[in-house]
Design a protein around this ligand. Structure first.
Ligand code: GLU
Length: 296
C-alpha cells in the first residue's frame, strides 16, 4: 500500500518552530517512504481562526520547501460529509444530544445529570452538543516511536463531542472523517495529541475502517519546559531564514544535520534530510511525554 501522510494545521496563528518540527517530521517520513504528503487546513472554528493565519501557513510551508501533493483540503468545505456521518450514526444510535455543561459533567464525575445517553432527547430546542457513545474498551496500539501503548476508554465518561453546542464540528469528527476520505494511512504528529488517539481508534472501529499507523513525536519546548505554542508566545517563523529554521528543526529532531549545511539552500537541506531521515533517532519510549529542545 502506498504511504499517505499529511500535515493538518489549525489556522489559529502562523507556524512557529514547533509546528515546523511537526510538519518536517511528517514530510520527511512520507517522502522517505516514496509516499504522498497532503495538506489539510483544519478550519472548523471560525471564532479562533483567520484568513491571514491560513495564508501565512501556506506561505511558510512553501518558503521552507515543504510542497504538498494535490490541492489543499479545507475542513470548512466538508460540512456535508460531516453531517452525513452524524446522520448515519444517529440512525444507528451511536450519538446522542447533550446539553450538559463541562461544569455539570465535572460535578457528576463525567456522568450526565440529564441521562443524555440513556434517554436521548432529540426534540429539545436547547443548544446541545452531539456526543459519540463509546463502549468500555481496554485497548492497545503500536506507536512507531513509543511502542505498545495501552488505553482504557470508559463509556459515557469519555464520550467525545463530535459537534459542539455552538454548531461547529469538533476536531475528533473532522480528523477521522477526513483521514479516511483522503486515504491517509500514516499519521505523524505531536505527542500533545496522544490522548486523542484512543478516541480516533474507536471511531475507525465504528466505521469498520482500518486504523492508520501512528508516530507521535515529542514536543518542542522552550527554556521553561513549555510547549511552543501561541499561548506560550512562540514567535512566528521568519520565512527569510527558512534554511536555518530547517537546520534547527533537524537538530531538534536528533537528525544530526552536517555543519556545512548551515547555511545552505532549502532544497539542499531537504535533499540531505530526506535521504538521512531516521524516525528511530527521536527520543523514544524512555522519554515518552518528553520534549525536544530548541538548539542554541
Ligand atoms: N489540527 C491539529 C492541530 O493543529 C492537528 C491534527 C492532527 O494532526 O491530528 O493541533
Amino acid at each position: 500500500m502506498t504511504y499517505c501522510g499529511r500535515f493538518a494545521p489549525s489556522p489559529t496563528g502562523p507556524l512557529h518552530q514547533g509546528s515546523l518540527v511537526a510538519a518536517l517530521a511528517s514530510y520527511l517520513d512520507a517522502r522517505q517512504h516514496q509516499g504522498r504528503w497532503l495538506l489539510r487546513i483544519e478550519d472548523l472554528d471560525p471564532l479562533r481562526e483567520s484568513i491571514s493565519a491560513r495564508d501565512a501557513i501556506l506561505n511558510s510551508l512553501e518558503a521552507h520547501g515543504l510542497h504538498w501533493d494535490g490541492p489543499v483540503h479545507y475542513q470548512s468545505q466538508r460540512h456535508q460529509a460531516y453531517e452525513q456521518l452524524l446522520h448515519q450514526w444517529q440512525q444507528q444510535g451511536r450519538i446522542y444530544p447533550c446539553p450538559c455543561s463541562r461544569k455539570e459533567l465535572q460535578a457528576a464525575d463525567g456522568y450526565h445529570p440529564r441521562h443524555c445517553r440513556q434517554q436521548p432527547d432529540w426534540q429539545s430546542p436547547a443548544p446541545r452538543a452531539l456526543r459519540f457513545a463509546l463502549s468500555d474498551t481496554e485497548g492497545q496500539w503500536q506507536d512507531r516511536l513509543l511502542g505498545a501503548l495501552s488505553y482504557h476508554l470508559v463509556a459515557e465518561q469519555d464520550d467525545p463531542v463530535l459537534k459542539r453546542k455552538e454548531g461547529y464540528y469538533a476536531y475528533h469528527l473532522g480528523v477521522v472523517c477526513d483521514d479516511i476520505d483522503q486515504g491517509v494511512n500514516q499519521i505523524v504528529r505531536g505527542q500533545d495529541l496522544l490522548e486523542s488517539t484512543p478516541i480516533h481508534l474507536a471511531l475507525y472501529q465504528a466505521l469498520a475502517q482500518p486504523a492508520p499507523g501512528y508516530l507521535h513525536i515529542p514536543l518542542l519546548c522552550n527554556a521553561q519546559g513549555q510547549k511552543l505554542s501561541k499561548q506560550t508566545h512562540a514567535p512566528a517563523l521568519d520565512d527569510r531564514q527558512a534554511g536555518n529554521n530547517l537546520w534547527c528543526a533537524l537538530r531538534s529532531l536528533h537528525q544530526s544535520p552536517p555543519a556545512d549545511l548551515q547555511p545552505a539552500p532549502v532544497t539542499e537541506i531537504l535533499a540531505w534530510a530526506q535521504q538521512h531521515w531516521r524516525a528511530t533517532a527521536l527520543p523514544g519510549p524512555v522519554a515518552a511525554g518528553g520534549s525536544l529542545a530548541v538548539p542554541s
